[in-house]
Design a protein around this ligand. Structure first.
Ligand code: ACO
Length: 427
């Protein structure tokens, strides 16, 4: 029998259906609450609000479980490649070889951007943060691809998806090339998606391009680990913007802006900056632990804590192991890795962190690998965006296919009551 929730307000009882997910999660469907009882729910930061039903990613924060379309993140990180995972997230099943080949061929077909886009990039100062540039360029793409906005048929939708998957790595690579004063380039269609991205980012004019397999494998794994994370801040932004039918590229551009902040994707940059600061300061991790616990001090231990995980972030476990391996394979000796490990150990034993269930999140170790791979700190969050792109697309597509209504939360108004307007001379 289906479950029912009863809410009592001023002695009056109201019944609401309880929705059950495939992993037995329960949610009270309150859409008729205001119409029947005249009240709304209030939930700052949506800490306890489900905004949709979704079949893409399952996350159990108490047990530290993460699955894409039913496959564990551990299995995907070990066995799949990024493009396979992208296909899985977007279309729901792992692709056959033929499906994957076609998908990649279609993406490659769309991997050039209009030459005029170079003028837009040229207008940015070199000091601009790559996330701001990337968000703007993604939005600018709409002007050159207007057919990506009205996606009324499955074919239109597919076209918009392969277009953004093809053009986004070019734009991401160009933001770096602009910073490094390198000529804007295109990749090589004979390479895989991730290797091609790497080539576009790092190839130097006049030099033959070579990269270690370990570097591409590590990058591929990092992108997979970031590929989706259900209804986080940037994904909810993508769905919210997309719910007005603004178009896929506009929704992704908004998602990039949401991801930029240090409380979200920007944490990977903030972690390295914090670890560097601790190193410069003499490496006294205890001093910074005390600062993190001091409520008068705005300092937070970046890369620690998560809205949903109240246990180890499973991605952090994989990345920590990967950081050790990659640094050893590349022969990199990074002292901040030792500071990070020391900080992690202290935090995991500290009552403040234990009481609040604060564990390392995905970003605690990712920056260390990015740095070992030669990616500059300001590009870390761009790497996150590249990884998250399939997740954003999958969530946007699901939202459109399920014909979700426009997102429009309510509020409890706490401002002034009706006041009489006074002319400026009388105020
Ligand atoms: N360092 C010190 N204290 C912390 C930290 C931290 N990193 N994170 C949370 N706390 C404390 C808070 O001060 C609060 O303490 P209180 O109960 O005494 O007031 C308690 O833990 C709960 O924290 P909230 O901020 O209420 O938790 P919320 O779910 O809103 O925030 C967040 C989660 C934003 C991730 C937070 O833990 C944080 O700021 N972490 C650092 C930034 C970071 O690493 N972000 C990346 C997240 S992963 C991602 O987006 C990909």
């Amino acid at each position: 029998m289906s479950k029912v929730a009863t809410i009592e307000i001023d002695g009056e009882k109201y019944e609401f259906p309880v929705v059950e997910g495939t992993e037995n999660e329960l949610g009270i469907d309150i859409k008729k609450l205001r119409a029947e009882a005249g009240v709304i729910t209030l939930d700052r930061g949506y800490k306890n609000t489900g905004s949709c039903e979704s079949a893409i990613t399952f996350l159990n924060g108490e047990e530290g479980i993460l699955r894409y379309r039913g496959y564990s993140i551990e299995a995907l990180a070990e066995k799949a490649d990024f493009l396979e995972v992208a296909y899985l997230l977007i279309f729901g099943e792992l692709p056959t070889k033929t499906q994957l080949d076609k998908f990649y061929a279609d993406i490659k077909e769309e991997s050039t951007v209009d030459e005029e886009m170079k003028k837009i990039l040229d207008g940015f100062p070199k000091s601009a943060h790559p996330m701001g540039v990337l968000s703007s360029l993604t939005s600018a793409l709409i002007a050159f691809n207007p057919s990506s906005v009205n996606v009324d048929s499955a074919e239109d939708m597919y076209k918009a998806i392969v277009k953004i998957l093809g053009k986004f790595p070019v734009l991401a690579a160009w933001t770096l090339r602009k910073k490094n004063s390198l000529p804007l380039n295109y990749g090589d269609d004979s390479l895989g998606y991730v290797e091609n991205l790497h080539k576009m980012m790092f190839e130097k004019p006049g030099k033959s391009y070579k990269v270690d397999k370990e570097v591409i494998d590590a990058l591929d794994k990092l992108l997979i680990l970031h590929a989706d994370h259900e209804q986080n801040c940037s994904t909810s932004t993508v769905r919210m913007v997309g719910s007005s039918h603004a178009g896929l590229f506009a929704s992704i551009s908004a998602g990039i802006s949401a991801l930029w902040g240090p409380l979200h994707g920007g944490a990977n940059q903030a972690v390295i900056e914090m670890l560097e600061r601790i190193k410069e300061d003499g490496g006294d991790t205890k001093k910074f632990m005390a600062k993190a616990k001091d409520k008068e001090d705005p300092f937070r231990l970046m890369g620690f804590g998560h809205r949903v995980y109240k246990n180890f972030d499973p991605r952090a476990k994989i990345i920590k192991k990967s950081a050790d391996e990659v640094l050893a394979q590349l022969g990199v000796d990074d002292p901040v890795l030792d500071i990070a490990k020391g900080l992690e150990k202290e935090a995991l034993e500290d009552q403040y962190f234990v009481d609040r269930k604060l564990y390392p999140n995905v970003d605690f170790y990712s920056g260390i690998i990015y740095r070992a791979l030669g990616i500059p700190v300001e590009m870390f969050t761009v790497m996150f965006a590249l990884g998250r792109l399939p997740g954003w697309i999958a969530q946007w597509r699901e939202m459109r296919l399920m014909k979700e209504p426009i997102g429009r939360p309510r509020q409890i108004y706490t401002g002034a009551n009706l006041r009489e307007f006074k002319e400026v001379e009388k105020r």
